[in-house]
Write a protein that binds this ligand. Sequence first.
Ligand code: SF4
Length: 475
Amino acid sequence: MNAPFKAPFKAPFKARAAAALADPVLKTAIDRTTGNAERKRAAALAAFPEFEAARARGQAIKDHVIAHLGHYLEMFERNATARGAQVHWAGDDAEARAIVTRICLAADARLVTRAKSMLGEEIGLPHALADAGIERVETDLAEHIIQLAGEAPSHIIWPAMHRTREQVAELFKTGHQPPPAAEDPATMVQSARRVLREKFLSADIGISGANFLVADTGATCTVTNEGNAELTTTPPRIHIVTAGIEKLVPSTAHALALLRLLVRSATGGEMTQYTTFHAGPKRPGDADGPEEMHIVLVDNGRTKMLADEFREMLRCIRCGACMNHCVVYRQIGGHAYGGTYPGPMGSVLTPVLDGLAASRDLPNACTMNGRCAEVCPVGIPIPTLLRAWRRRSWREGLEPGPVRAGIGLWAQLARRPRLYRLATRIGLPALRLFGKGGWISRLPLAGGWTDHRDLPRPAARSFMDQYRAQQKARK
Ligand code: SF4
């Protein structure tokens, strides 16, 4: 069952993007899923006239918690502990991995089931469990598919969205014993259910993430449409939750207010099939539940974000709407981004997690059309945050020499209007020499642009020249 975990593809972003663009099957898979998601979200919002009010409330809830994070973290720890859970604090991904592995080894766990959690991917949990010799079984259907393929998720809601149904059928043929009797979705799902049921019942530990951490009850909340989180967290004797500290909400009512936004933005539904609150381990008299519950609260750069210009990103409820509506994501898919989180939100988060030097291409891979901010259910100004990364990249001198020289020259000209006018007077006619039929399809030193798209040939006279001429004619 355990295919080797492959770290995200680490070639330079441009090479990954070029490979993705050259893959027509990938494009078909992306179009199917994101197109559907876009339509369903639009329909859900059309039937939800109070969306703007709910969005303002969601934003206010997240801002309030972020402003009082210490207070709510302490409240959560106190209440979770009172309910019998053990709370652990992890400053970074290495510490989080070490805590989870230690709990697994102390329990002599051989088999661990896992419900989908992007935080688990962020801290490299699949890799750590494999290194510790522990069998890991992903129980979300899409995660099951990518585990069979030995891949990382390409979307935060649909981790296997880059795979077509035909490709999944091939994976199940070799990954399931016996293989599914047919290739239709119902038969394949039935086959996955049979394979996973065995694992649910024999796992030593179940690991889940949390969509919300409820401070005033100490409960964690998970939402799924398959019920796999319930089967992951209930039968095993130990339940481990890994969650980022920004998942806190003051109360259950606040979690439900955010859930209305999350589900509509993610899948276009009104409510998930399963919404489960886990409040401590099994108590005397309970029919089922784990004997131990551990909650690992992970910082991994979040408190640093609190103090800088990326603070608003901590509002993110991981709905995936920004990637479904992103013109770049819809061309290249999630793996091309190279980090745990793809798309617009990933382009803000990856430099926090992996460092700007390793990911400076991501904030630049954006057309700034603003669609992501428009659809974000908690009003995160993603383009503004991407521009902040671009500014920081410039300040830190991370751009390649020719780019710095070109932008530096332009900035010098832009500050000197006379010189700028002179340069355009010389430059525009020169540029026109490269154009044919209204378009420029090749330009020296600009292959990065013209290899993939044509530039419109500049007009014979600049806007300012035309404006001045018009003004003169009016007098
Ligand atoms: S940034 Fe906004 S739209 Fe994107 S995943 Fe987060 S909450 Fe959803």
